[in-house]
Design a protein around this ligand. Structure first.
Ligand code: UTP
Length: 484
């Protein structure tokens, strides 16, 4: 161990990060092993490049002569060619599709002490985000008599807890051999001078390398090999905190397959040019998603039309399809993926070894974004518009915009329509909002028609709200629950 520790220490010193070892003499044998394990994984040369580019200097933003809106396929409606659906359904039936959730983030804003996917989002049942996604997978498997393997991206920080949660929940009724965890890489967090921060005397403060880390994780974690062995060509990407994401939308898959696309994206209409979502656009002819934090660099993206709607309307709800071959291809170019820096509050040990929880940003995390893979797509990707509501309900915090409360309200509104279509009387207030919590298991019904074919709505009592489980069991809340 001594020669190893000397080697790593010298490496850290060579890059000006020798302070990682400043508590070495006081550490126990286990703590020393832990520290060495983390330091061994650090790519010092990469970190030095990132600090040099982003902290010691401020790179000039990319300059584009022309930025134009992208061509977007209108939302699926009654006039959409049914051949698209048939193509997607055929891919599902033939077992050519896998689903992929990214769940390696830190979930800082939600402040939950378990992985975000374990959050009990169901207002009546307490079902977790992971369980909702799993029940959608079960619904798809039943409908298409297929297997939909599930790749789950975790980080070193939440992998064990996530695996334990899946086991405790008996894999949510799925077959464990069809679930594969892939781990993304983590990087040190740095202070405003570029020094790595420690969060414990034996633990550098680390953060996952962003959802762009998917490309490496899928490839290096064995998911692409698994997909190839199963004959899977289509990988449906979604984010764990989007309760409403369709885990394998046959229409979207159909468009992707018909175009033989490398990567496809869903888009939704931004209702405000300042809305906190990325924007799909063509920059000097190349497809890009510009993050909302960078909108001010490209003022065209803030322009509105004569009705006040954003001229660049295609917002990014972070729902994509990647072809298996494309992931292998992009993986070879991962070192060309752009990095982004985020100014964050990073808890750390100060010079005296005291733990500090900053109240304002004090350092940087570095991330890659999965949508930057779009720049490696050989021909224009498929961009499909989805309705504003229904598929994008991110849960970032407890209350307010994009919150637990907002998600539960969305659940109620979404399923209230199904219940009404099935002949049920849904309590609504004067402004038309549903006033009771509602949950319907996606393993029971994936859409309103399937629901109506299984339930006689006239027989249901919704006075206090309702939860319907995968096998049709009805649960009524014990006492009137406030939504949210
Ligand atoms: P966010 O960027 O919203 O981050 O991730 P977060 O970790 O969930 O929450 P905050 O910002 O710390 O409050 C969007 C999605 O991307 C995943 C997250 O798990 C979430 O599903 N993600 C993000 C990763 O899988 N890895 C990352 O490195 C970052």
């Amino acid at each position: 161990m001594e020669s190893q520790s000397n080697h790593l220490r010298r490496l850290a010193e060579q890059y000006g990060q020798g302070h990682l070892f400043r508590f070495w003499d006081d550490l126990s044998a286990e703590q020393r092993v832990e520290l060495l394990d983390v330091v061994r994984q650090i790519d010092f040369a990469l970190m030095d490049r990132l600090v040099d580019t982003w902290v010691r200097n401020e790179p000039a933003p990319e300059h584009f002569e022309h930025i134009e809106p992208v061509d977007v396929i209108p939302p699926v409606g009654p006039d959409t060619d049914p051949a698209v659906l048939e193509a997607g359904e055929q891919a599902l039936r033939e077992g050519r599709v896998a689903t992929f959730v990214v769940a390696g983030g830190q979930g800082t804003r939600l402040g939950f002490d378990k992985p975000k996917g374990a959050y009990p989002i169901g207002p009546i049942t307490g079902k977790s985000l992971f369980r909702y996604h799993a029940e959608k997978i079960r619904g798809i498997q039943q409908r298409y008599e297929t297997v939909l393997p599930w790749y789950v991206m975790v980080s070193h920080a939440n992998e064990q807890q996530t695996r334990d949660f899946f086991r405790e929940e008996a894999w949510f009724g799925l077959e464990p051999e069809n679930i594969l965890f892939v781990r993304q890489a983590m990087l040190p967090c740095v202070d405003e001078a570029g020094n790595f921060l420690l969060q414990k005397p034996w633990q550098p403060a680390m953060s996952p390398n962003g959802h762009g880390g998917s490309i490496q994780a899928l490839m290096e974690g064995g998911a692409i090999a698994d997909a190839e062995a199963r004959g899977i060509t289509v990988i449906c990407y979604f984010q764990v905190d989007n309760w409403a994401a369709k885990v394998a939308d046959p229409w979207f898959i159909g468009y992707h397959c018909q175009a033989n696309a490398a990567m496809s994206s869903k888009c939704h209409r931004r209702n405000d040019p300042r809305e906190a979502v990325g924007v799909h656009c063509l920059c000097d002819g190349a497809y890009r998603v510009i993050e909302y934090s960078e909108l001010d660099l490209y003022p065209q993206l803030l322009e509105t039309d004569e009705n006040g709607a954003p001229r660049f309307f295609a917002g990014n709800p972070a729902i994509h399809i990647l072809s298996t071959a494309f992931v292998s291809h992009v993986h070879k170019h991962f070192d060309r993926f752009p990095w982004h820096k985020a100014h964050k509050k990073i808890p750390h040990l100060d010079a005296d070894g005291a733990f500090v929880t900053p109240d304002k940003p004090n350092g940087y995390k570095f991330e890659t974004f999965v949508f930057d893979a779009l720049r490696f797509v050989p021909h224009p990707p498929v961009a499909l518009e989805i309705p504003r509501r229904g598929e994008y309900t991110p849960t970032k915090q407890y209350d307010g915009v994009n919150s637990v409360v907002a998600t539960r309200n969305n659940m109620a509104e979404y399923w209230a329509k199904w219940l009404e279509a099935a002949g049920c009387n849904v309590p609504r207030n004067a402004s038309g909002a549903c006033t009771v919590p509602i949950e319907i298991s996606p393993a029971f019904a994936l859409d309103a028609d399937e629901f109506a074919s299984k339930i006689d709505g006239g027989e249901l009592d919704l006075a206090r709200g309702i939860a319907i489980d995968a096998d049709g069991t009805v649960t009524l809340p014990a006492s009137k629950e406030a939504k949210g």
